[in-house]
Design a protein around this ligand. Structure first.
Ligand code: G2I
Length: 510
């Protein structure tokens, strides 16, 4: 299980052995084996619920051994992100090249994974020769392409995205060489050709922004109902689910899935990711976790939802930053292949105990030392450090610490400072947050975060010397502050809590 989720229970003692030599290790970027095999992979958890859990991948990524290891172990289904698209498989009319796709299906066979074929007919990543065809030749070229490719992968691909992204946002049909030449009938023609070439493959229509109820999903609904009425071979609808924390969660996703299922179709989440405006922070990470969880929950709630595929599992190989400059952090694993809070959220949604944890005690611990000799002056000076006492690295981008205090009279605005830390104050974020509901000894807290990096097993960030004052420099009374202590050397401090993705994982909040 991800170390970030195993942290619910307070450790009873200190960590001297773990800390030996660990001071040097702060923020080492994790190399080597990425994620230790977890008890109950995402796919195993999904399988227990009658679903698969998969990831997109791409040929170049398979050369990354750590990446390939997790791809092969954690997921039960893969989708080639590019290598079965038309520009790769038939770059010149009549010259077929399945070498790249074959690498993907071979990988899947070696790892006991199913493959979703993606995609036979799409307006994008289409070689120029297709767009240049006279309208009278489009149907034959399309049918030939489908026939060759689906025949080649017969037995190796369990489901095909036969037609990808047929709709505009308003639910009108998208212009493409196929639609422009053949009208809406190209879709039925494509499905029939795919069925003839591989009668066993499940045939899908796939699109984005059809996850919730709305004009575009209404259009897909009307289309598939008509196709079924006409007896066209169609097995399912793929909902890509390229979500973004800033755009909200799709409206009524579960109800939308259900209406397709009620037509007798399978539903699949085919390209899930949840991007955000960078830099990531704890609030965005928390929203992202919620979205991932809600997608999985919607799929589990609809019997005909067969599984979830994420559009690659790591930020390292995400399509997002190059398409949406300034956005990213969309995947379940960070750029160092470490699971993020969203990973834990998915595990929990799939029924993993405590995010799939194996019952080990907490792995993230906050330690505190009082750097302030005066409890009545105009500054609060906590020294904090974070310790990873677990056996797997922890991604720091989602982790925050809270130190609670009372403000007293005077200004309600603050300055916060990081005076020194061996990890470098530039990687430490800090701010004061006012509590909606004040508690005994606490009406504000100092929130400390980390822009990036990871904490190796047994490592500590080392001390972070923090300081805050009110903007009018009026005095505090720290004597009754919730997190205040008198110790002058670092020790576990349960009244300084640790959060991952905005969820408390260690310590006691007031
Ligand atoms: O755009 C995200 C996905 C939306 N739904 C359909 C999917 O097929 C699509 O996947 C993405 C791939 O993940 C990207 O990797 O499709 C993009 C193209 O529309 C892919 O990007 C392309 C780059 O644009 C090319 O420059 C690059 O040569 O990937 C190619 C191969 O790496």
């Amino acid at each position: 299980m991800s170390s970030v989720t195993r942290c619910r229970h307070s450790r009873s003692g200190g960590l001297p052995a773990l800390l030996v030599g660990a001071m040097t290790l702060a923020l080492a970027l994790a190399g080597g084996p990425a994620t230790a095999a977890q008890p109950g992979t995402l796919h195993e958890l999904a399988t227990a619920k009658g679903r698969y859990f998969g990831s997109a991948t791409d040929n170049s990524e398979l050369a990354d051994a750590a990446y390939a290891a997790t791809l092969g172990s954690e997921f039960g289904q893969i989708t080639p992100g590019n290598s079965m698209k038309w520009d790769t498989t038939e770059p010149v009319q009549g010259q077929f090249d399945f070498a790249k796709g074959d690498v993907i299906t071979d990988f899947a066979a070696r790892h006991d994974q199913t493959v979703r074929g993606h995609t036979l007919v799409w307006h994008s990543q289409l070689p120029n020769w297709v767009s240049a065809l006279p309208a009278t030749q489009v149907e034959a070229a399309m049918t030939r392409h489908i026939t060759e490719e689906a025949s080649h992968y017969r037995g190796a691909v369990t489901a095909w995205d036969v037609v990808n992204e047929p709709f505009n946002e308003d639910g009108t049909f998208r212009s493409s060489p196929f639609y422009d030449a053949l009208g809406t009938g190209y879709i039925a023609t494509a499905l029939r050709a795919a069925h003839a070439a591989d009668p066993d493959a499940k045939l899908y229509l796939n699109d984005y922004n059809i996850e919730g109820l709305g004009a575009k999903s209404d259009a897909m609904y009307a289309l598939v109902r008509d196709l079924l009425d006409e007896g066209v071979p169609l097995d399912g609808v793929g909902m890509q689910a390229h979500l973004a924390v800033q755009y909200g969660f799709p409206y009524q996703m579960q109800a939308n899935m259900k209406r397709f299922a009620d037509l007798g179709l399978d539903v699949a989440v085919t390209e899930l990711d949840v991007r955000m405006q960078l830099p990531a922070d704890a609030a965005k990470a928390a929203t992202q976790s919620t979205y991932y969880r809600q997608v999985v929950e919607a799929c589990l709630a609809v019997e005909r939802c067969v599984g979830v595929t994420i559009w690659d599992y790591t930020d390292k190989y995400s399509w997002v930053p190059s398409t949406f400059p300034g956005q990213g952090a969309a995947n379940l694993y960070d750029e160092n292949l470490l699971p993020k809070a969203a990973y834990a959220a998915v595990r929990t949604a799939l029924g993993g105990e405590d995010g799939g944890g194996d019952g080990e005690p907490g792995t993230l611990t906050a330690q505190y030392r009082n750097n302030d000799r005066s409890v009545g002056d105009n500054q609060v000076k906590p020294g904090l450090q974070l310790v990873n006492s677990g056996t797997t690295p922890v991604s720091l981008s989602d982790v925050t610490l809270r130190y609670w205090f009372t403000s007293g009279n005077g200004a309600s605005t603050y300055h916060t400072w990081c005076d020194w830390s061996p990890i470098g104050c530039s990687t430490v974020t800090h701010r004061v947050v006012a509590m909606g509901t004040p508690k005994a000894g606490a009406d504000h807290y100092l929130e400390v975060g980390f822009g990036s990096g990871s904490l190796a097993p047994g490592a500590t960030t080392g001390e972070i010397q923090l300081r805050l004052n009110k903007t009018d420099w009026s005095a505090f009374d720290e004597s009754d502050d919730y997190s205040h202590g008198t110790g002058t050397s670092y020790a576990d401090a349960p009244k300084v809590a640790v959060y991952v993705g905005g969820e408390q994982v260690w310590g006691l909040a007031p």
